[in-house]
Design a protein around this ligand. Structure first.
Ligand code: GRF
Length: 255
């Protein structure tokens, strides 16, 4: 995409990183006005890290398990973290007792402060979650979104939201007996898989399809959908507006 302005994105992965690969490939063929500034993972074994290294993209690991354990051992909380503020905004834990809530948000604050610090030098416009299997608290989301009216975190989910949020979208879709499956790209808000929807692709689930077939069809759609949505962001065509009490994404027409 010669002569066009590019945005800088960071990508976070937890696993194999086939979505990351789709984004790298789309950049390489000039289909995205994007520079992938860095790729991070929540665990050192994430296969996506090797894909990034192969593509010459800087990588880092925020080791969530190690940081969670360090909190148990008394590691201090980030100076700008307020449990009261985070607890008042969040909608991840409902009906949790105060001790559970405190432990949940405090250990995440440690990991999220590390993530924010590692991302900061890259000055990214957009953070893309490509199979990143951690929820974010308002501490991280507000930190990343600071100074921007448009949300800055985009996630891909393996189901047609708002159906089947959670970690096993294709499994839940298949076991429910749905005749159509799909994937969703959305902005991240304070809930789990609840943010404004940017784009969705669907596919037919046929009587002969097993769960593996459903996952295969779904991933193939993800690899198309994610670059499309990132490009809409890069072109400045996404707008979040209020519609009947809900925040929704308006996609502005292209040139
Ligand atoms: C994808 O199905 C994504 O929707 C889900 O985790 C999977 C990641 O796959 N959140 P990959 O690591 O991109 O191959």
């Amino acid at each position: 995409m010669d002569g066009k302005e590019t945005i800088k994105i960071g990508v976070l992965v937890s696993g194999g990183g086939s979505n990351l690969q789709a984004i790298i490939d789309a950049v390489n063929v000039g289909a995205l006005d994007v520079e992938i500034a860095c790729v991070g993972a929540d665990n050192p074994g994430a296969g996506g890290l090797a894909r990034a290294e192969k593509a010459g993209i800087p990588t880092f690991v925020t080791d969530y398990s190690a940081l969670f354990a360090s909190r148990k051992d008394g590691a201090p909380l980030p100076g700008d973290f307020s449990l009261e503020e985070v607890a008042a905004k969040q909608s991840l834990l409902k009906d949790a007792d105060p001790e559970t809530l405190k432990a949940f948000f405090e250990k995440r604050a440690l990991a999220e402060a590390d993530l924010l610090a590692r991302l900061a030098p890259y000055k990214i416009d957009l953070l893309v979650l490509a199979g990143f299997m951690r929820v974010f608290t308002p501490y991280f989301i507000d930190g990343l979104n600071a100074g921007s009216t448009l949300p800055r975190i985009m996630n891909i989910h393996p189901a047609l939201l708002p159906a089947f949020p959670g970690t096993d979208g294709y499994g839940d879709t298949f076991r429910y007996g749905c005749k159509v499956g799909g994937c969703t790209v959305h902005f991240v808000d304070y809930g789990e898989d609840s943010g404004p929807i940017i784009g969705q692709h669907s596919f037919a689930i046929l009587p002969e399809d097993d769960l593996d077939a459903v996952k295969k069809k779904g991933l193939a759609e993800e690899w198309r959908l994610f670059p499309e949505c990132i490009q809409l962001y890069a072109e400045g065509r996404l707008n979040v507006v209020e519609r009947e009490g809900t925040r929704v994404v308006n996609v502005l027409p292209g040139e």
